[in-house]
Design a protein around this ligand. Structure first.
Ligand SMILES: NC(=O)c1ccc[n+]([C@@H]2O[C@H](COP(=O)([O-])OP(=O)(O)OC[C@H]3O[C@@H](n4cnc5c(N)ncnc54)[C@H](O)[C@@H]3O)[C@@H](O)[C@H]2O)c1
Length: 257
């Protein structure tokens, strides 16, 4: 029996990358999954690849109306919502002196407001059902600073904090945790589609010395969503190859050569 047997999950940003991997892993663990995204063709194709256990629904995470529709359609068609994975996210590279206000607003709308509206929409259903789990996908950049990504960093630190506020408010019925991926080989994490040494050179300072694979994050998300993690809420899990552990000082013992 799969660790998510009989559960119903909504995965946002499920049309590609980590969201698609999460939908696949959750279905393989026995869940019925709603792949939710704005990329309709890709989302439909992920759902049809998975088969009967999955269906696609259009959801712009910034739209409260879309959330209401997707959650009520999920309850109507599948009976309930046991798991919400707030995975949809976007990135924006700009120096702190060059950031544009409309781009900051868009990042915060998708990466912060989206997950908050999602929890607002699913919490009443989960409370009525007597249980539920929310997994908010933050980032290693929600655990430390990084240059060139201040708006993204703001959004991912926000998710880390909001997770704890949600855990406090929604316990004991609903568990809420954040997962913090490091670099992951998706369109967002590897936009140039690099491979081999070209790709791995960016991970010279990461203890595991390589980029992560979408499945490696998806499996942790599935574990957090499962009853095996039943005493875990408000927790933050780094799944980052050790990137958030600290920095190497060249010349001191243990630094990469
Ligand atoms: N890839 C990485 O290196 C990495 C590292 C840390 C955290 N993350 C986080 O993981 C999550 C998934 O990232 P990914 O690498 O799979 O990205 P990706 O770009 O491959 O996929 C993101 C998905 O989100 C969807 N999306 C964008 N805006 C949306 C909206 N308004 N409503 C609904 N869906 C929307 C896109 O259509 C796309 O399918 C994001 O929150 C990202 O910030 C990624």
């Amino acid at each position: 029996m799969g660790r998510l047997q009989g559960k119903v999950a909504i995965v946002t940003g499920g049309a590609q990358g980590m969201g698609a991997a999460t939908a696949r892993v959750m279905a393989a663990e026995g869940a019925r999954v709603v792949v939710a995204d704005v990329a309709d063709d890709q989302g439909r194709s992920v759902a049809s690849d998975i088969g009967e256990a999955a269906r696609y629904k259009r959801l712009d995470v910034t739209s409260e109306g879309d959330w209401r529709e997707v959650v009520s359609a999920t309850v109507r068609e599948l009976g309930t919502v046991d798991i919400l994975v707030n995975n949809a996210g976007i990135q924006y590279f700009a120096g702190v002196e060059d950031v544009e206000s409309d781009r900051i607003a868009t990042i915060l709308a998708v990466n912060v407001m989206g997950p908050m509206l999602g929890v607002k929409a699913v919490a009443p259903v989960m409370r009525d059902a007597g249980s539920g789990v929310v997994v908010n996908i933050s980032s290693v950049d929600g655990l430390r600073g990084v240059n060139g990504l201040s708006a993204y960093v703001a959004s991912k630190w926000a998710i880390r904090g909001i997770t704890k506020a949600q855990a406090l408010e929604l316990g004991p019925t609903i568990r809420v945790c954040s997962v913090h991926p490091g670099g992951v080989d998706t369109r967002l994490g590897n936009p140039a589609g690099e491979t081999g040494a070209d790709l791995e050179r960016h991970y010279h300072n990461v203890p595991l010395r390589r980029i992560g694979l979408p499945d490696e994050i998806a499996r942790v998300t599935a574990f957090v969503a499962s009853d095996e993690a039943s005493y875990m809420t408000g927790a933050e899990l780094a799944v980052d190859g050790g990137w958030a552990s600290g920095i190497y000082h060249a010349g001191l013992p243990g630094a990469p050569v």
